[in-house]
Design a protein around this ligand. Sequence first.
Ligand code: PEP
Ligand code: MG
Length: 539
Amino acid sequence: MEKLTGKSILKGIAIGKILFYQKGEQSVKRVKIEDTQAEIKRYESAREKAVLQLKELYKKAVKEVGEVNAAVFDVHAMMVEDGDYVDSIVNIIETQQVNAEYAVAVTGDNFSKMFAEMDDDYFKARAADVKDISERIVNILSGNENNSGALEEPVIIVADDLAPSETVQMDKEKLLAFVTEHGSSNSHTAILAKTMNIPALIGVSIKQEWNGKLAIVDGYTGTLYVEPDEDILDTLKKKQEEDIKARELLQDLKGKEDVTLDGRKIKLYANIGGVKDVASVLANDAAGIGLFRSEFLYLEADDYPSEESQFMAYKTVAENMAGKKVIVRTLDIGADKQADYFKLDHEDNPAMGYRAIRICLGRTDIFKTQLRALLRASAFGNIAIMFPMIISVNEVKQIKEIVKSVKKELDGQGIPYGETELGIMIETPAAVMISDLLAPEVDFFSIGTNDLTQYTLAIDRQNMKLDNIYDAHHPAILRMIQMTIENGHKHGCWVGICGELGADPELTKTFVEMGIDELSVSPTFILPTRKNIREIKLN
Ligand code: PEP
Ligand code: MG
């Protein structure tokens, strides 16, 4: 048995086999081959497998994100079998007498360069697709298929680091836990682990040889056991059963009000990253959705999601929530959330860079597409729209003008939309300090404590070395929350918290005392937070 420790993201026990996850971009070696015909056969069977995988992905995506958004997998399946592409690979294997991996990688690079240089946006965009399909075939050939996101059995993923775009593509039903060597507890991958309610450890020295071995992740102590002893296995299996029982006890709180002993009602909402998370929002009986991180729709896709596919996603969520509030945050891409097709320049300081609302106000085509989709979906439920990373009143005024122009466009086309509250995230110190000026402009504030902590304490939330001083309980943060609530209330704005601090049991009472109106937490934390709220006595 090997025993390693790391930092735990979520309490809980996971028991299962390890799957060692490698990044797609591994270097492909050129190897001389004698039997080129056998190599071509090996390539052909990998190609067939890639097509099958893509067809499966297409079916899965149609169910999850609708036909339009899923079409990319259909296009990929066709590209895998494209005559010129296939001929190039076979030709390289035959004439250069090299391994299939190398022939596929070289062909992928050549085709991708050729597409990127074309004077046509459609073909330019295919450059990333051809790279993607080539990577898929190389992964199949070299036995690294886990990179495709399709998991065959429930596994504990062990990886050097995971980007949100990788995490979001994994088959959530088969994920038992994450263990990474790098990454920080405030990263979006950590937040996703909480949303999925799976234990996760960071800062563990990982080994590739663990692949396929049985392991236990103990999220209570931050321990990973590889090939655990019978004793440990028994003890932690019991602990896992106790967890299940404790969760069952919380089930009694379903249907109960979120109200303190002295009658203060709190709106207890959930944070989600996609349409699929609505099931756990409903299962945990949240009163609404306080943060739908819409950028995950963009991270899951290989190209800008169309108005139609976004409309379907927002409409599905709104309809499933049946009149309960659904606050969708507009695109918050950038920093650790990168989608290749945005082609954002490399920045030395991306957390303070071109991201979120800055991109939306710079590229209004993308912003307007999202707003059209959101407003159209608002006719089918109770949608509110929230804007991230605000630092000035001018930004809010610009946003409101754009929203007005999109509404006018819809009016002109006779397309209906509902009443939508507009709100902003308070996640920069600037927004806190001018919250008295921002409040008259909007209907609500939602405090993003994850970024607010990062920007106030000058601590990069991605930097694991600083995890121990990333202190969201710092008095500066608590004072800022208090100030935001006071300024919001003075101007008729309701105020919530959607950062991770909102679920901190040590602070529930403090927030209620400060006058918070709403707490939005990962679905897993709904019932524990309800329990806390119901035990609060203010006077
Ligand atoms: C936050 O910053 O607190 C927040 C909720 O947004 P995100 O974590 O997605 O940056
Ligand atoms: Mg944020």
